[in-house]
Design a protein around this ligand. Structure first.
Ligand SMILES: Nc1nc2c(ncn2[C@@H]2O[C@H](COP(=O)(O)OP(=O)(O)OP(=O)(O)O)[C@@H](O)[C@H]2O)c(=O)[nH]1
Ligand SMILES: [Mg+2]
Length: 266
């Protein structure tokens, strides 16, 4: 990243995340030289937590220079990223989860790729050097989901659903997005690819949540993720679409059946 470029990190938090301070500590350790602009986007759905959240925000401001956006009437991971982007100032913007899942150590590699001309640099768990610690069914689904998008479209990303990625600010300014939920990362990737932005990836290790509560519901997300498969095939079709389509359709049906089975068990 050129010296004059600035980095914003957007961390969405639903109510509170018990490991948020660990995330900030790691950011401070790895990225002190970048002096990142840190934006915490809190959606507080429990009024009883509001005072504790305010105290936490003051502490995070004092200790880590983090700024906070607080919403009490809206929620959604994607919606929170939009609010974070609006509040951010950096030329490069990276969403980071508040539960220590993302590989902060990969950020310097992302910034180097941006420096070399990439517009979006995805943290990729499913390429050599990437990994998942505490692999669960959700990640298996996400791995196959990326494969399906890759087969049907020219979107060359092996981990299309990972939210951990560096975006040049211009990409967020020029690619309008509508997703309110976790599918915003897929939406941004397929739309950026369809617009001709250069997408690269670096290996990243994902660590499954060890504390606090998951907010991801497979069943609720199913239609959201489905629409971006269609978008990718329509707006950035693969040269081998006719061959890939029947194979992908069968895979999609099997994946949906599997997800449905999992959803009933959750
Ligand atoms: N502001 C805001 N943050 C959210 C919302 N939903 C999730 N988050 C935050 O986004 C991050 C990712 O959410 P998670 O619940 O960890 O989602 P996930 O990683 O797919 O699910 P797990 O595997 O269970 O961790 C966390 O920091 C959450 O607190 C929301 O509606 N609003
Ligand atoms: Mg998580």
């Amino acid at each position: 990243m050129p010296l004059e470029s600035t980095l914003s990190l957007i961390i969405p938090v639903l109510n509170q995340e018990p490991r948020l301070e660990d995330v900030l500590r790691e950011i401070q350790a790895v990225l002190a030289a970048n002096q990142p602009d840190i934006v915490l986007v809190y959606d507080v759905t429990r009024p009883d937590l509001l005072d504790a959240v305010r105290d936490e925000q003051r502490e995070m401001e004092e200790r880590y220079g983090a700024r906070s956006v607080t919403r009490t009437d809206q929620r959604g991971f994607g919606s929170a990223l939009r609010a974070g982007f609006e509040a951010s100032r950096g030329d490069v913007v990276i969403p980071i989860m508040g539960d220590c899942s993302d590989d902060i150590a990969a950020i310097p590699r992302m910034l180097s790729a941006i420096d070399r001309g990439a517009d979006v640099v995805a943290g990729a768990r499913y390429i050599a050097g990437g990994a998942i610690i505490g692999d669960d069914a959700k990640q298996q689904i996400s791995r196959y989901y990326s494969k399906i998008i890759k087969a049907l479209s020219s979107v060359s990303c092996d981990d299309v659903s990972n939210s951990f990625r560096a975006y040049r600010r211009v990409v967020w300014e020029n690619v309008s997005n509508v997703s309110n939920s976790f599918d915003i990362s897929v939406e941004m990737t397929v739309k950026a690819a369809a617009r001709g932005y250069r997408i690269e990836q670096v290996p990243a290790v994902w660590t499954n949540r060890a504390a606090g509560q998951s907010h991801f519901s497979i069943m609720k997300e199913l239609p959201n993720y489905g629409r971006w498969v269609l978008y990718a095939a329509r707006h950035a079709p693969s040269r081998f679409l006719l061959v890939a389509l029947p194979v992908s359709l069968v895979s999609l049906v099997m994946l949906t059946g599997w997800m449905f089975g999992l959803g009933r068990r959750r």
